[in-house]
Ligand binder design. Structure first.
Ligand code: SF4
Length: 406
């Protein structure tokens, strides 16, 4: 990377990239992070600006990096301000993020009302029935201190059957009332099937799905992506890190990506997803200025990834597939009589291991009915393990989750 590139010196970049590479997610206060990253001092430098892409048939321009807000953003107002300065104007939240996410964004808009129009704002409903969705939408609007959302998702669907004609009518009404501009869903289970079915509907404007270096080249994901793109559905990739796993066989390889490419492995994973122009944006969970800056650095980079790095990522995906849950829940859950949402359990394991958030996993298990927990502790997932394409030790992982988080 050239010294003058987009206002960040190489030395500063190395410092930030190194922090992101170590998975550093927490800084005690935003002022300190601004000073440490040199943002406050770099007054004369040309500011970085994240590029935009068109969002499906809506033709709305969105920043290719979306600020994922699963965190308490009330305490991170400076980061929101800086995100706008760097052109990160696609913000993602959800009613169910009970960590001050929506309230934090609302606090920001209350103090900076003129910035609302700059933001492509997304929130999500856990509810599926129209009455419940209306209630949650109103609550989101109130918390976010806005009269409309740019895009509203039904959160985390596992099958397109969770949406029906009532959903379609609800979306049309909410649009007519100018409470939402676009409508769609997010999915991290059975993504490809959900996407293929959604492409047949003419009222799904956007989808946010698990999409990363592990699944972007599978024939089914390619087919699903093409179908949605051709149908004019705006696509946002999430879970692009594909879970941080320890590369047992050659754990020095990620460092080689960094040496040759000037990118951390995390940044290389983002860059690979952005190489597909059919992806409008990547939603990345960011709760520190360092992480935001590392991701912005990756977003403004113009150079294509080398074939060497792509090969390394492909090998990394292959060699660590046994540590990754691919979200194909129809396969394992039917094999264990659908007693539990195996993918959700694996995802919460990932929140602990990759995001360093055991409290999120704890929260999930604490809300699980006691009977389900007891059943989980007694179930042998042998059949599910046999069918699992990644050969995950499901029984062991479920027991470990019950031990660790309860
Ligand atoms: S545990 Fe295996 S079969 Fe189940 S969703 Fe994960 S990868 Fe798919």
């Amino acid at each position: 990377m050239k010294k003058s590139e987009k206002g960040c010196s190489r030395r500063n970049f190395l410092k930030i990239a190194g922090a992101a590479g170590a998975g550093s997610l927490i800084l005690s206060n935003a002022h300190a992070s601004l000073e440490k990253t040199g943002v406050l001092a770099a007054k004369n430098a040309e500011p970085m600006k994240v590029p935009t892409r068109s969002f499906g048939r809506s033709r709305r321009e969105v920043s290719i990096l979306s600020l994922g807000g699963m965190f308490d953003l009330s305490a991170n107002q400076l980061m929101l301000k800086q995100a706008i300065k760097w052109g990160v104007t696609y913000w993602d939240t959800a009613d169910c993020y009970h960590r001050g996410s929506e309230r934090g964004i609302g606090k920001y808009f209350e103090r900076n009302p003129k910035d609302r129009e700059k933001i492509f704002l997304v929130s999500k409903s856990d509810n599926r029935d129209p009455e419940g969705m209306s209630k949650l939408l109103e609550r989101s609007l109130k918390r976010l201190k806005t009269s409309y959302l740019d895009l509203y998702f039904v959160h985390a669907i596992r099958s397109i059957s969770e949406l029906d004609d009532n959903t379609r009518r609800w979306a049309q009404k909410a649009k007519a009332e100018k409470k939402i501009r676009l409508f769609g869903f997010s999915t991290h289970s059975n993504m490809e099937q959900c996407m293929l079915e959604a492409a047949k509907l003419d009222w799904i404007d956007g989808i946010m799905m698990t999409y990363n270096f592990r699944n972007l080249n599978t024939p089914l994901m390619k087919k699903a992506l093409d179908a949605c793109y051709n149908a004019g559905i705006g696509l946002t990739a999430m879970k692009t890190q594909g879970s941080r796993t320890y590369w047992k066989k050659a754990n020095e390889e990620p460092l080689k990506i960094y040496e040759k490419e000037g990118l951390t492995i995390e940044q290389a994973k983002l860059a690979l997803v952005w190489e597909n122009p059919k992806i409008s944006a990547i939603c990345s969970q960011m709760d520190t200025m360092k992480l935001l800056q590392a991701n912005v650095e990756a977003a403004v980079r113009k150079k294509a990834l080398s074939s060497h790095t792509k090969d390394l990522l492909e090998r990394y995906a292959l060699e660590t597939s046994g540590e990754y849950c691919a979200g194909c829940s129809d396969i394992c859950e039917s094999a264990c009589g659908n007693i539990a949402r195996v993918t959700d359990i694996m995802r919460h394991h990932m929140y602990n291991r990759s995001y360093g958030k055991p409290e999120w996993a704890r929260e999930y298990f604490e809300h699980m009915p006691r009977q389900v927990r007891l059943k989980l502790a007694q179930t042998d997932f042998e059949q599910a393990e046999k069918r699992c394409p990644n050969k995950l030790p499901i029984t062991q992982l479920v027991r470990q989750a019950l031990d660790d988080y309860l």
